[in-house]
Write a protein that binds this ligand. Structure first.
Ligand SMILES: O=C(O)CCC(=O)C(=O)O
Length: 321
């Protein structure tokens, strides 16, 4: 199945990517009881590649999550991983304390925190994501950030593989009021409609780690894209969610207030019919010298709440052995 068309646009069967998308939203408003507020969000999503909605909670959810994370840093489970700002995932058990700073993130916290699981399977986010996908969705991975990520602008399918690539939607949930100095989420409205950089024949994934030649190619391609785009900063209230199209260019702003946290939770979704299992890897200490070695696991195990489904953290399979 081809990924890009001859103009280097992502081939997509999503209804919101089709030329008649605005008409179709209007038609569903009249014929299918699509609520007026949702129609406004969908029209905005078609043109801009994202929508923003309130989830109806305040900072208490983030505070609860923070307490659960503090407990996990005390018990240090083997089958949960975090990644430093530079580098791959390392088991919580072996994660260096001095790397728990700006840019570090916890992967798939939904397996070890009740609050993270609530966010992972949040009914209102599922409702909105399913309006976009127009079919049942599945959550398949999550990231918890305590501080700004400072991640360079990118498009998720460069790193996150779904089949088809167009069936990728993400949600970014603010867990506290997000200030400008804390390194807010950055996004470029309308970028989802831009052509893609083709790293190899019909390939949009970037496999280079660090500063390899493909990274440099991408830096140049992004510079060209940004000549036509305006980058916005998502300063918002706790409980706001920004849901983006897989093609939206986004990243994390520089943290200019070193004392600020920027607690947020990101979840990636695909179509449930297509995304049924996931593999994850991490480094963990082995032997008497405690050298870090790569381990990985795959899961098909689904977590479910209120009829919404999400894949478990694959690393939980490791503790079962
Ligand atoms: O939260 C951020 O600063 C960026 C997150 C992001 O780029 C992602 O999860 O893909």
């Amino acid at each position: 199945m081809a990924t890009l068309d001859e103009r280097k646009h992502l081939i997509s069967d999503l209804w919101l990517d089709q030329p008649d998308a605005h008409d179709e939203v209007d038609r569903r408003t009249v014929d299918h009881d699509l609520a007026a507020a949702d129609a406004v969000r969908l029209h905005h999503f078609i043109d801009n590649g994202y929508m923003i909605a309130p989830l109806g909670f305040g900072p208490e959810v983030g505070n609860r999550l923070e307490d659960e994370v503090a407990d996990l840093w005390r018990t240090r489970p083997y089958d949960l991983a975090a990644a430093p700002s530079q580098g791959g995932r390392i088991s919580f058990r072996d994660f260096p304390d001095d790397k728990r700073d700006v840019g570090y993130r916890i992967a798939d916290l939904h397996s070890h925190s009740a609050t993270a699981l609530e966010l992972y399977l949040h009914p209102e986010i599922f409702r909105l994501v399913e309006l976009v996908l127009d079919q049942p969705a599945v959550a398949f991975q999550s990231l918890y950030f305590r501080y700004g990520s400072q991640q360079a602008l990118h498009r998720d399918p460069m790193f996150v593989v779904t089949r088809p690539a167009s069936h990728l939607v993400a949600a970014w949930i603010a867990l506290e009021d997000i200030t400008d100095g804390s390194g807010p989420l950055l996004y470029a409205p309308g970028s989802h409609r831009y052509p893609w950089h083709e790293f190899e024949d019909d390939t949009i994934t970037l496999s280079d780690k660090g500063g390899g030649p493909k990274r440099k190619e991408w830096t140049e391609a992004r510079k060209r894209m940004l000549e036509h785009l305006e980058v916005q900063r998502f300063t918002c209230k706790a409980g706001d969610v920004l849901i983006w199209h897989g093609g939206l260019l986004h990243g994390g702003a520089k943290v200019t207030d070193p004392h600020s946290t920027r607690r947020s939770y990101v979840v990636h979704y695909s179509s449930a019919a297509n995304y049924t299992h996931r593999k994850a890897s991490m480094q963990a200490a082995v032997g008497r010298r405690g050298q870090l070695k790569g381990v990985s696991a795959t899961t098909e195990h689904m977590l479910e709440r209120d009829g919404n489904r999400g894949l478990d953290n694959p690393l939980r399979e490791l503790s079962a052995r």
